[in-house]
Design a protein around this ligand. Structure first.
Ligand SMILES: Nc1ncnc2c1ncn2[C@@H]1O[C@H](COP(=O)(O)OP(=O)(O)OP(=O)(O)O)[C@@H](O)[C@H]1O
Ligand SMILES: [Mg+2]
Length: 458
C-alpha cells in the first residue's frame, strides 16, 4: 500500500520566533494542507499565492496529484532536482542509505529527501517530518563553523564537478555543511552563508545557511559541461543592473580550482527575515490543471495569468506585465532564450506581491542544445516573423506603440556594449563565436523593425 505522509510546515514571525503554519498530508493522489489557528490569526503570508489563509481559512487546501506534480507545486522546489549533478540528491541518498531507508527512485524517496532538507529552503516555508523535529530545529545551536577555501569539502566538489571524476564523497559534504536545502535549476548549487563581500574581501569560506551576521547566498558551482556559464551570467547580471533592473548582488570567484558565483538571496530580509517566494511555474501549475511544462502555456497567454493573479494578490498587474516583457526583450538581445517559468518568481505574500529581482540571465544560446529564442513558446499569427511577434507581444503586455518603440530603443542602448564586453571575457572561443552571430542578428532584426515600423506610421 502506498504510504501516507503526515508532516508539518512552519515559518517565522517578523520577530523571527517560529510559528507552526499548519499540517500537511501527502498521499498518492492528493496534498492536503490545513492552517493552524495560530497561523490564521497571525496575518502572516500563506503557503502559496493561490493558497492564502484569506481564501481557505480553516478548510483544507487541496491539490490533486497529476503528471509532473506528485505534491502541491509550491512544495516541489523543496525536492532535490533530478540531475546527475545534483549535490543535495547525492548527499541525501547517502544519508538515507545510512539510516537503512530505501533509496529506490520515486516519489517516496524524493519526499524523504525533502523532509531532511525542508528548513531554510527558498522562501518562507520550512517543511518538517513532525512538530518535534521542527521545534528541535528552531532550538538548535547555531553553528558558525566555517568551511575554509582549502578544505576537503572543495576538493571533493572539485573532483566531481570540474574534473568529472567519481571521487565525490557525499559524506565529506554532509559533514561540513549538513543536509543543506535545495534550490531548483540545472546548475549545481548550494544554499550557504558567506562573509558579506561588500564589507571586506570574501576568502571563499562558507557556513551553513542562516548563520548569524553572515550573508545568505545561492552558491552556483560551474560544472564542466557548462564551462563559462557563470562568467557569462555575471556579465548579464551586471548588464541588467546597469540598465536599472533590480538585481541581487553577486560575486564571481575561483575557489580551490572551482568557479563559483555567489548570489545574494532576495528571499531573506534584514536579520534573516523570511520573505515568501514562489516561481511563476508554481503559480500556473496550481491554478491550471492542464499545465505540465513550459510548452503548455504561450507568451501570449502569460499576461492573462498575471491578471488572474492580480485578482487574489496586491500585484501591480500593469507594471508586472511591462516589467516581464522588458526582461524578455533583454533576454532576446543578450542571447538568452531560457527565460522559462522558473526563472521568474514572485516575492512577498498576497499582500505586497512583486516580481522578484532578475536572476539567472545567462545567455544560454551560447550552447547549441539551448539555442532556442524563447523557452516559453510564441503563438505566431499566419505569416508572422519573429520581430513582428515580439512587437505584437509588446502591445499585449501593455505598451502603446510609441511606448514600445521607446522601450526597444532603450533596450538596444542598454545592450549596445554587450558584445564587446563579452568578447573581452576570459571564456572559450566557441561560446564567443556563437554569440557573435546570435547577438548582432537579434539587434539587426529589432533595428530593422524600428525603421520599417517608423516608415509604416509615417
Ligand atoms: N538570488 C536568489 N534569491 C532567492 N532565490 C533565488 C535566487 N536565485 C535563484 N533563486 C531560486 O533558485 C532557483 C534556481 O536558481 P537559478 O535559476 O539561478 O539556477 P539554474 O540552475 O541556473 O537554473 P536553470 O535550470 O534555469 O538554468 C530559481 O528558480 C529561484 O527559485
Ligand atoms: Mg534557472
Amino acid at each position: 500500500m502506498a504510504r501516507v505522509f503526515n508532516n508539518t510546515i512552519w515559518s517565522r514571525r517578523a520577530d523571527n520566533t517560529p510559528i507552526k503554519m499548519g499540517d500537511l498530508t501527502v498521499t498518492q493522489d492528493r496534498t492536503l494542507f490545513v492552517y493552524s489557528d495560530d497561523y490564521l490569526n497571525s496575518g502572516l503570508p500563506g503557503m502559496a499565492l493561490l493558497a492564502s489563509p484569506h481564501a481557505w481559512g480553516d478548510q483544507p487546501v487541496e491539490f490533486k496529484t497529476r503528471e509532473g506534480f506528485p505534491v502541491h507545486p509550491r512544495l516541489m522546489s523543496i525536492i532535490p532536482g533530478e540531475g546527475r549533478r545534483n549535490i543535495q540528491r547525492r548527499v541525501f541518498a547517502k544519508m538515507l542509505e545510512k539510516m537503512g531507508k530505501p533509496t529506490t527512485p520515486g516519489f517516496e524517496t524524493d519526499w524523504e529527501m525533502a523532509l531532511m532538507a525542508g528548513a531554510n529552503a527558498i522562501g518562507h516555508l520550512a517543511l518538517f517530518r513532525d512538530d518535534i523535529q521542527a521545534m528541535k530545529w528552531f532550538e538548535r545551536p547555531l553553528s558558525t563553523d566555517v568551511v575554509g577555501s582549502r578544505s576537503k569539502f572543495w576538493k571533493s566538489l572539485r573532483e566531481d564537478i570540474s574534473l568529472d571524476q567519481t571521487a565525490f564523497d557525499p559524506d565529506v559534504i554532509a559533514q561540513y555543511i549538513g543536509p543543506t536545502p535545495t534550490a531548483g535549476g540545472m546548475i549545481p548549487k548550494l544554499l550557504v552563508s558567506i562573509m558579506d563581500p561588500g564589507q571586506g574581501q570574501w576568502d571563499g569560506g562558507i557556513t551553513r545557511p542562516g548563520t548569524p551576521d553572515r550573508l545568505d547566498v545561492i552558491l552556483k558551482i560551474e560544472p564542466a559541461e557548462y564551462r563559462d556559464v557563470l562568467t557569462l551570467e555575471k556579465l548579464c547580471l551586471d548588464l541588467h543592473e546597469r540598465a536599472g533592473f533590480k538585481v541581487p548582488r553577486s560575486w564571481l570567484r575561483q575557489i580551490d580550482g572551482l568557479k563559483v558565483l555567489a548570489v545574494e538571496r532576495f528571499d531573506r530580509g534584514p536579520q534573516g527575515a523570511l520573505l515568501p517566494q514562489e516561481t511563476f511555474r508554481s503559480v500556473i501549475a496550481t491554478g491550471n490543471r492542464s499545465f505540465i511544462s513550459n510548452d503548455d502555456v504561450e507568451m501570449d497567454t502569460l499576461p492573462g495569468y498575471l491578471e488572474k493573479l492580480g485578482q487574489v494578490c496586491d500585484l501591480d498587474v500593469a507594471a508586472a506585465k511591462k516589467e516581464f516583457y522588458r526582461r524578455y526583450l533583454m533576454a532576446m538581445l543578450t542571447g538568452n532564450g531560457d527565460m522559462h517559468l522558473e526563472n521568474v518568481s514572485f516575492l512577498g505574500g498576497n499582500h505586497g506581491t512583486t516580481l522578484s529581482p532578475v536572476y539567472d540571465p545567462a545567455p544560454m544560446r551560447a550552447w547549441p542544445q539551448h539555442d532556442t529564442r524563447s523557452a516559453v513558446p510564441v503563438d505566431f499569427r499566419t505569416g508572422e516573423t519573429w520581430p513582428h511577434a515580439i512587437q505584437r507581444l509588446g502591445i499585449a503586455y501593455g505598451y502603446t506603440p510609441a511606448g514600445w518603440r521607446e522601450l526597444v530603443e532603450r533596450a538596444l542602448a542598454d545592450t549596445a556594449s554587450y558584445l564587446e564586453e563579452l568578447m573581452a571575457l576570459p571564456i572559450d572561443q566557441p561560446r564567443k563565436d556563437r554569440l557573435a552571430v546570435i547577438v548582432p542578428d537579434m539587434r539587426k532584426e529589432m533595428q530593422d523593425l524600428l525603421v520599417s515600423g517608423l516608415k509604416k506610421t509615417g
